[in-house]
Design a protein around this ligand. Structure first.
Ligand code: TYD
Length: 138
């Protein structure tokens, strides 16, 4: 069974005096097949992104450069995770509310997604999300 909580995954890190290298293989280091990759960058100070939940999408979030926080709301409460190393990926299962904030200057948030972009997969209103969770528990 797949996790219902976010999980910080330590990715392979090949250290080298010429510069370090990290890689991700679908279904090897992360528990899903990658269908889509996107990234968020040039975020002005104080801005937040990604305040919503997904019905189906599972994702892995990596701070490729700089740092930012991911806040995730789940069945056991909420969790704020500071990402600032490009060899850590935050796995977020489907059905959890999440948003990103506290972006440092020149940060880049890489998101690997288990689905193609589909607006119908989004739950964008928090009250709708709470209702959705209640319905799922029945
Ligand atoms: P969205 O995921 O809603 O980001 P945020 O919650 O931070 O606002 O994406 C913003 C816009 O970009 C939205 O209009 C949909 C579009 N978009 C795509 O077309 N393809 C994608 O893969 C993603 C992630 C977003």
């Amino acid at each position: 069974m797949k996790n219902l909580l976010p999980e910080l995954i330590h990715l392979p890190k090949i250290e080298d005096p010429r510069g370090n290298l990290t890689f991700i293989e679908a279904e090897m280091h992360i528990p899903f097949e990658i269908k889509r990759v996107y990234w968020i960058y040039d975020v002005p100070g104080g801005q937040a992104r990604g305040g919503h939940a997904f019905r189906e999408q599972e994702e892995l979030i990596v701070a490729l450069s700089g740092s930012f926080d991911v806040e995730v709301k789940h069945g056991l409460g909420s969790q704020r995770i500071h990402l600032n190393r490009s060899y850590y990926g935050l796995y977020i299962p489907n059905g959890l509310w999440r948003h990103f904030d506290n972006f440092s200057t020149n940060s880049t948030a890489l998101v690997l997604s288990s689905t193609y972009y589909d607006e119908h997969d989004y739950i964008r209103d928090f009250d709708d999300y709470l209702l959705y969770k209640k319905t799922m528990q029945k």
